[in-house]
Design a protein around this ligand. Structure first.
Ligand code: AP5
Length: 297
């Protein structure tokens, strides 16, 4: 088997720019243009790739016995989105709608942790202790779990939608060090009394994974209603602890993504929340197409 080697370099250029609505920081703000230059080779092939503003430019030199040829390509990169908000602000509900329309891979830190608990692993047992107290699960369990999922081929090929991560400055910093930078950071803003009502009424369908609410999003049939389950941390008492943890960390996380933050009014029905997000994502997609078109020309 041929051995493959590679190396990569991050390039950063800072400049003054103006972000347009719907981003929250509409005033003049600092834009970061960042590129990633990488080189890989094996016995027959040498590839140079430049990741730059939503586009992957690559040139590969392939050697055969009697000749060598170069193939160059420019293809748009897929979107990388983060969604954040207080417990029960509607992150999972919006993720269902976003993935349905945009085909991104939904990666929810809470779901990864619940899967670890269900597997009966040591990490799962430890994680549950923290989740029951409404506290953040320690980084040594969460950080690599999320990083590994982001590196899976489906996330790399289709783009990702990261839900409930990062939740602390140290998690945001770790993500940056691994080279993951989102295109957009969505923050759902919901009043506190609404959050408690949403938590208490939430139910989950273990067969389809769909999220329901007894009042706002009731199950479609009696059969579904009969199999719905409730999360172990979905009580009024536990959501108050989860909210405390959220308030302690939220500002530090927001400060990392100020220039790409979209604040969304999450108090309205889910379709109206989605309309705000959809507008921003449509603009991002158009921007991505334009940029990749002009770079490829
Ligand atoms: P996690 O599972 O992420 O829970 P959470 O952040 O508390 O968020 P939820 O999943 O409860 O709510 P959601 O915003 O997805 O709302 P949903 O769409 O379901 O985390 C659980 C625990 O894991 C944490 O407490 C922590 O211990 C640990 N953890 C997770 N990530 C971690 C990390 N990064 N680091 C360390 N520890 C971590 O909606 C809620 C309800 O409202 C539903 O019933 C829905 O139907 C309804 N609803 C939604 N939108 C609307 C609307 N617009 N109008 C009316 N009803 C609505």
């Amino acid at each position: 088997m041929a051995a493959t080697s590679s190396c990569s370099v991050n390039l950063g250029v800072k400049g003054k720019g103006k972000l347009e609505q719907p981003f929250s920081s509409s005033k003049s703000s600092l834009l970061l243009f960042s590129s990633n230059l990488s080189f890989a080779y094996n016995n027959t092939k040498y590839c140079l790739s430049l990741r730059s503003h939503h586009t992957l430019l690559s040139a590969c030199l392939t050697k055969t016995k009697n000749s060598a040829f170069v193939v160059a390509s420019a293809k748009p990169e897929h979107l990388k989105i983060m969604i954040s908000g207080a417990p029960a602000s509607g992150k999972g509900t919006q993720c269902e709608l976003i993935t349905k329309k945009y085909g991104l891979v939904h990666i929810a830190a809470g779901d990864l942790l619940r899967a670890e608990i269900a597997s009966g692993s040591e990490n799962g047992k430890r994680a549950k202790e923290y989740m029951e107290k409404g506290q953040l699960v320690p980084n040594e369990i969460v950080v690599m779990m999320v990083k590994d999922r982001l590196l899976q081929p489906d996330s790399q090929e289709n783009g990702w939608l990261l839900d409930g991560y990062p939740r602390s400055l140290s998690q945001a910093t770790a993500l940056k060090e691994f080279g993951f930078r989102p295109d957009l950071f969505i923050v759902l803003e919901v009043n506190e009394e609404i959050l408690v009502e949403r938590v208490v009424g939430r139910r989950l369908d273990p067969v389809t994974g769909k999220i329901y609410h007894l009042k706002y999003s009731p199950p479609e049939t009696e059969e579904i209603a009969a199999r719905l389950t409730q999360r172990f941390d979905d009580t009024e008492e536990k959501v108050k602890l989860r909210l405390q943890t959220h308030h302690q960390n939220v500002e530090a996380v927001l400060s990392m993504y100020e220039d790409i933050t979209l604040k969304v009014n999450g108090n309205v029905p889910k379709e109206d929340v989605f309309a705000q997000i959809d507008d921003a994502l449509t603009k991002l997609f158009e921007d991505q197409k334009l940029t990749s078109g002009s770079l490829a020309a």
